[in-house]
Design a protein around this ligand. Sequence first.
Ligand code: ZN
Length: 326
Amino acid sequence: MDVTEFSVYTALALEARKKLIELLLRQDKEIREIFEKAADDLAKKIRRLEQAGQTSRIPALLETKLAENAAEIEASLKRLFDEGFEISVEAGMHQSKQATLRILNKARIDWKPIERVYFRKHTAAIETMQTRVLKGLTLSDRIWGQSRVARQSMGAIIQEAIAAGEHPYRVAEMLEGYVRNGAKTLVSQYPNMIERLEGNIPMDMSYESLRLARTEMAAAFGEAARQAAEVNPSNTGMKWSTSNGGNTCDKCKDIAVHDSGLGPGVYQLHELPDYPAHPNCLCVLSEVVEDMDDFVDRLIEWNHNPLAHQDIERWYQNIYKGGMIS
Ligand SMILES: [Zn+2]
């Protein structure tokens, strides 16, 4: 592996990683905003009812509002996950796709068919993510579950607060405070009420959704990286590295040092462990490839004589041709 090749692959891997991390950070913020907006809408509705002298009607009217609110949370989360998959799958394919296009370009082989293959893999990876079932639940089920928890928690807070005789303005404030600072802050301000709510509301309403998004986006990245690596003719495996965080768990350490003959942490594509290994796993996946210049030379040789390199001929028959329009 010469210096240029090392930097090409490293640069592509870093770009891909950066796309994923930026997505995760942006989604963290957007998810918090989805729940904050839901609580703020309810708080606004409560204040308006109080101002209109309809305090006694608050519980009944809020039932409808809570249902609408949950539907909105569900739709917003759904949109966030769909948009996120587009980006995380693209990031997961980035290294393989850019390197392969570069290799084909260097060998003066038409890269359009292979671009079509990547496009199909992109669609397939997204579909895999949207339809996969974990512990009996699809992603839609989980998102629906999150909106339901939000509805129940906010409903429970309103009900308990009103039953405890709190002024509607205080109830509105509680909702706004809960979604931003979690149940802990409410405990100090409303000790008696929270005692009754304990166990019925999550400490942090956004937490499960934040965790779900991080896990699903990382999984989409991993699925895409594995599928894309199959398209790169110079691929020889996938390397799993722990991040520099320093607090890597034992499971990830084991995966990153495991050696099945290709080197520590290097796996054949079909042997690659499920990524991420756990929620909030920050390990890094990257492709292991043949030396780029050597491979380009082989590709040129094969182009003149298909019998010269049977592995490339197999790639041509099984992968490349699939992207050719007949
Ligand atoms: Zn990990």
